[in-house]
Ligand binder design. Sequence first.
Ligand SMILES: C[S@@+](CC[C@H](N)C(=O)[O-])C[C@H]1O[C@@H](n2cnc3c(N)ncnc32)[C@H](O)[C@@H]1O
Length: 246
Amino acid sequence: MSTTNPVSGMPTSSTAQNNAIWVRETRFGRWFLSTQTWYRYVLSQAIIDFKALLGERLPVQARILDAGCGQGLAFGLLEQHFQPAAITGIDIDAEQVKKAVNAANQLATPTSAVHINASGQTFGAESFDLILCHQLLHHTSQQRETLQEFHRLLRPGGILLVGESCRSFINSAPVRLLFRHPEMAQKDAQGYIDLVRTSGFVFSDADIQTSRPWWSRRCLGMAQKLGIGLDNTEPTEILIVATKPH
Ligand SMILES: C[S@@+](CC[C@H](N)C(=O)[O-])C[C@H]1O[C@@H](n2cnc3c(N)ncnc32)[C@H](O)[C@@H]1O
């Protein structure tokens, strides 16, 4: 019989069961998430772009959930750009959560980090005003369950920020070589739009941003720099600002 971690709600006795919903990132992948490249060009840029997409809708003194918080690198950015009342980070990787707890302790805003599966029912309904879900969904095969849980956790009118890398990037040879992701979980931009919408959230075309940042291109943006039209135009990244309807 498998046992369950009372904190995380995760099976403790079966790696196979864990693997079914989550594939541990490679050592390189975990290192990459702590680099300036990730922080500056991926995470910080996403927070800035989300803020621009949100405009006047940025909730005042929000209770924020950072789902799949990793090492907690977004905590300081959320404090700086969103001035929340409190931040709660959650992550399925206990090693990352330890680092996130350290990051949480550096902030003036009440901030905590907890080791749980994002699709587990750990917090009460309507506990949050805003959920950041940055680069989590392509790491889990429980995408639908995770979004349904976010819907339960948000108050009516609450906001979900989804930032994702699309299938064309995640399935590219360098990414497959250096990182680990569950098979079959990857979607293109339209796939993520459909997934979020059919999970009960509303948003318009103006709430969606797609892009092909230099770091996601096979040539790392050199073709564009040289004015060569080698690159295709399929988006590799998508941001969605979605609302739970009243
Ligand atoms: C690419 S990292 C992104 C980390 C952070 N959001 C950032 O942007 O720096 C994806 C994170 O999602 C976490 N994760 C994957 N599946 C999860 C799940 N089912 N529940 C909670 N966290 C999960 C991983 O452990 C990892 O820390």
